[in-house]
Each structure stands twice: as C-alpha cells, then as structure tokens.
Design a protein around this ligand. Structure first.
Ligand code: GLV
Ligand code: MN
Ligand code: MN
Length: 409
C-alpha cells in the first residue's frame, strides 16, 4: 500500500485519489523511474525493450522461461491509483515475498510493466504488450502519433526508455495479471475474486466529418452541411445501436472535438471516436457494419464527407482454462468467494494469451467506478488478490501446465 500511495503521488490529480500519467509524458517517466528503483533494490535483473516495456526477473536461473506477472503504470488522463498499478506493485511484492522466504523455485518469477496500455494518448491500447508478443511490428508502433502530432518513438527516447532488449520478447512459461475489475459485478454479487475467463473484443474507430463552416446566424438551416450536428447524430446512434443489440454489446462516444469550436460558427470539422465492444466477434462485426451503414446515410443526408480510421481492433480472447482453474481452486481453498467472469476492459494479459498459458485475477471495484479518480478498492480485497497472485504464480512454476487436466487440491 505504501508503494501504491507513493506511485499515486506522481501525477496526482489535486483534491482526489486519482492520477494522470499518460503514456510517455514526464509523469510517466517519473513513475517508471520510481518502479525501476524498487525493482533494482530487490536485486532483480532488469530488461528494457525497444518499445519501453520493463521486465524484472529473479536472478540466477539462466535462460529458464519465467512465470510472468505484470500490468501497466500509465493511466488515462483522469485515472485512478489501482488500474494497472496494482498488478505491477503486487507482482513486485510477490517476488519480494518469495525471495525473502527462501522458497526454492525451479523457474524464476518476473514482473513487468508494459508501455501505453491505456491507449488514451497513442492508440491502440495494450500497445507495449502487443509489440512484446509480436502482434505489431516495432517500427510501426514507434511511428504512431498522438493528437498533437508527437511521435511515439521520439517521446520514448525523450523520457529515456527506448531500451535495447529485442521485440518480440522472451516467451514466458505462463502469464497471470492481477487487476481491479473496473466494473460492478463482483461487488454487486458479493464475490471477493473474479477468475477471468477472457476479454471481450474491442473496436475503436476515429470518424472525421468535414462540412461547410459558416455563419451561425445567417446560414439558413436547409443550406447547412454541419459536422457538429452529424457528430451528435453519431453519438446518439452509437447509444441506440447498443440498446438495440442488447447486452453484451456496449458502445461509447467518449471523445468528440469540433473545429474551430466557436459558439457562432457552424463547425468545419468534427472528430468523433467510437468504442464498440462485444464478447462475440460476429456480433461485434455486425455492430461495426451497422455503424458504417449509418455513417454513409448521415453523410449523404447532411452533405458532409465522412472518413474513418481504425484505432484499435482486437478479437475477443479466451484465457487458458488450466490457469483459470488454478486461480479458481486456490481462491476457494483460501476461503475466498470466487466466480468466473469475462473482462469488459482490455488488458495486457490478452496479448500474452497469444503466446503462453494466461489468465487474470480480478478484485472488486467500489460501485464499479473506474477510469475516474474516484476509483477505489478496499485494502482487504487488494491484499486477498495479491495473496492469490502469490499462490497462483508459485503453483505455475511447477509442472501443472504439462498436465492434460487438473487434479483439485
Ligand atoms: C483499456 O484499458 C481499455 O479497456 O480501454
Ligand atoms: Mn488497466
Ligand atoms: Mn485502464
């Protein structure tokens, strides 16, 4: 908790418990430096790769593949103190605990933090872990720009985290991430732990609407080609689409900008970001098609030009059932109430699921609030999650993953 509090003091949002450490900003650098200091203090071997991911591994195991845990320490601009940070700092504490206990392991534990998980500054989200597992070429990632035109590779070098370790990185023996749920399910149903079975599909589309900027007082309504109006229609369409398709479809317009953004000027241009998610890929594709069809219709009706750019597209991910079962059984054995559940948020673990046995542990989020400085999880829940992470990682250093099925223990 002391480490969580100290890390949260960097980029602290005044008057709240929250943090703003967007990826590759000065605040992100300061947070990274602090966590790397803690990793070094434990005597871990530290590798910084070319996309700025940092992996700290127990020394003395040669080239034996580690059981890896980790998450991210970047935040959205209005973030809480647990999203991502919990998984990294709990991982660090697990390793510290194991090293102090003198337990002998046959393979090392490693804890990592991955660059730009949030994707709030440089899309897509989960960028560092995506590059780590070979899902995006390094050069393509380094060329991504933010809304101000700043280049990811330049920003990475500027903060001193353009490392030398190669991408893709070492494939772990297994990967487990502890994270706050960021949704209301565990609290509402009275469970202490979620054994996470997978992550829903994510589709982010940037929609640019270009019309005719003009005088707000003199331009007759029937002569307008108004990007502001079209942006509002897109936002309402996304809501109606999700309502129409029903759960588990969700849809959000969380970012909308008008140019020149003046009270008495019909906008020249609007940029709208649409976030669509679904646990079923066919359903997500259907939602994307409905959006595309609507954009065509509204562009024709208002006489504006609409162009789209995909910012992120990840299919739903299913985690390794053996790892989910280990988490479930160890939680139950510890007397914790536990349920299986999918994740609504994206996570670095979903990238590792491509290359090694992977799953996640969730702890409850108060009122389901997240991506908000008010995000909170009770300390008892954080501790239960960290202890479960410890026992899960220890179990995964054994030979369970070579078994066809698990024997309950
Ligand atoms: C990333 O954290 C996301 O789910 O948007
Ligand atoms: Mn997160
Ligand atoms: Mn997040």
């Amino acid at each position: 908790m002391a480490r969580i509090d100290e890390l949260a003091s960097i980029g602290a949002i005044e008057g709240t418990k929250g943090c703003a450490r967007l990826a590759l900003t000065d605040a992100d650098k300061a947070g990274r430096d602090l966590v790397v200091t803690w990793m070094r203090d434990l005597g871990l071997g530290i590798a910084i790769d070319r996309i700025g991911n940092v992996v700290a591994t127990m020394p003395g195991f040669g080239s034996v593949a580690p059981v890896m845990t980790g998450s991210h320490i970047d935040t959205v601009g209005t973030g809480g103190r647990y999203d991502g940070n919990l998984g990294v700092l709990a991982g660090l504490e697990v390793i510290e605990t194991v090293m102090r206990s003198g337990i002998e392991l046959t393979r090392p534990l490693a804890v990592a933090f991955f660059t730009d998980e949030e994707g709030a500054r440089f899309a897509p989200d989960m960028l560092g872990s995506l590059v780590y597992v070979g899902g995006m070429p390094l050069e393509e990632a380094l060329d991504i720009t933010d809304a101000d035109g700043l280049v990811l590779g330049d920003e990475l070098a500027r903060i001193g985290y353009a490392g030398a370790a190669p991408c893709p990185g070492v494939v772990p023996h297994a990967f487990v991430e502890l994270h706050i749920e960021q949704g209301p399910v565990l609290e509402a149903e009275g469970f202490a732990i979620g054994a996470v079975t997978g992550v829903q599909g994510i589709s982010w589309t940037e929609v640019t609407v270009v019309g005719q900027s003009n005088h707000a007082g003199t331009t007759p309504m029937e002569l307008r080609h108004d990007p502001g109006y079209v942006a509002a229609r897109i936002a309402t369409f996304v809501r109606e689409l999700a309502d129409d398709l029903g759960p588990p479809q969700v849809g959000t317009v969380g970012s909308l900008s008008l140019h020149p953004n003046l009270v008495n000027v019909v906008a020249a241009r609007a940029v709208v970001a649409v976030d669509l998610r679904n646990t079923d890929d066919a359903a997500l594709i259907h939602a994307e098609q409905r959006l595309a069809q609507f954009l065509d219709e509204v562009a024709g009706a208002e006489g504006v030009t609409i162009s789209t750019r995909s910012l992120a597209r990840f299919e739903p991910v299913t985690f390794d059932d053996r790892v989910v079962r280990i988490i479930h059984e160890l939680a139950a054995a510890a007397g914790l109430t536990v349920r299986r559940m999918p994740s609504g948020a994206g996570h670095d673990a979903q990238m590792f699921a491509r290359v090694c046995p992977t799953a996640m542990i969730f702890v409850p989020s108060e009122k389901g609030i997240s991506h908000n400085p008010a995000e909170h999880t009770d300390v008892d829940d954080l501790e239960a999650g960290a202890n479960l992470l410890l026992h899960t990682l220890l179990q995964l250093t054994g030979d369970e993953l070579s078994w066809p099925s698990l024997t309950p223990r």
